[in-house]
Design a protein around this ligand. Structure first.
Ligand SMILES: [Zn+2]
Length: 245
């Protein structure tokens, strides 16, 4: 997509972004959405990037940096892993992130999280991680995580900005508004810690059954929709180490 079109759309659909300083004064939880090989590692599967992708590798780098600080401070992290039974398709998507394969595992730069005591991993077989957190008995692992850790703010990173990140954020906001997530107050989306995939228009036009999904535009629209539903979008996250609890 030509950059003038993107600039024009960003003018028409502006997303004001803030800077976030985390100080430990209030309980913050980090939510990682689907930072798995099947979506992030080149050549890993049907929905993985075909070639190195700056937006996706940038998202992974930012997520690793933030996750390291959260682990040092022993602050809670909740990581969704897209994970599907081989016999249960997820239309409209081709088979991806089959349970037990490398596709459904955290990217190499985040695999150490599996052994961290402050990390809750949640395999999910649907787009919306909030729904994917519901257990057979009706309880919700994400809701329990918020309550157990008395989380007031969640910071969301991951992939895809306009799909799994957006759907999770929208559901979390609705659940908060209905009083299911007390004491949660804010849902923050870290724009530079999110990414989506790229199918340029010219590729879609020449490929059967493929819909265009221009990366920069859809990333922006994902952020716009999240903000429109009540999330805050932050473009920078820093840590105020002086105020350590
Ligand atoms: Zn999936």
């Amino acid at each position: 997509m030509v950059s003038e079109t993107i600039d024009l759309l960003k003018e028409e659909l502006p997303v004001a972004q803030e800077s976030l300083v985390l100080s430990g004064d209030f309980n913050t939880g980090l939510v990682l959405v689907d930072i798995v090989n099947g979506f992030c590692t080149v050549g890993a599967g049907n929905l993985a990037p075909r070639q190195p992708d700056k937006q996706i590798s940038g998202m992974v780098d930012k997520s690793v940096k933030i996750a390291k600080v959260f682990c040092e401070k022993k602050w809670p992290i909740f990581a969704f892993l897209d994970s599907h039974h081989p016999d249960v398709p997820e239309p409209p998507y081709p088979p991806h992130c089959i349970a037990g394969t490398d596709e459904a595992k955290l990217v190499p730069a985040l695999q150490w999280l599996e052994n961290e005591p402050n990390v809750t991993l949640r395999c999910k077989d649907c787009i919306d991680g909030f729904l994917g957190s519901i257990e057979k008995d009706g309880s919700n692992v994400f809701v329990d995580w918020v309550k157990t850790n008395q989380i007031k703010v969640v910071l969301v990173v991951g992939i895809c900005t306009d799909i799994c990140v957006l759907d999770f954020v929208c559901s979390a906001l609705s659940a908060r508004n209905r009083g299911f997530l007390t004491p949660l107050e804010e849902v923050l989306v870290y724009s530079n810690g999110c990414a989506t995939f790229d199918i340029p228009v010219h590729v879609a036009k020449t490929t059967k059954d493929v819909t265009a999904h221009p990366q920069e535009l859809m990333h922006h629209i994902g952020l716009y929709m999240a903000k429109a539903r009540g999330a805050k979008v932050v473009s920078e996250v820093s840590f105020d180490m002086l105020k350590d609890p």
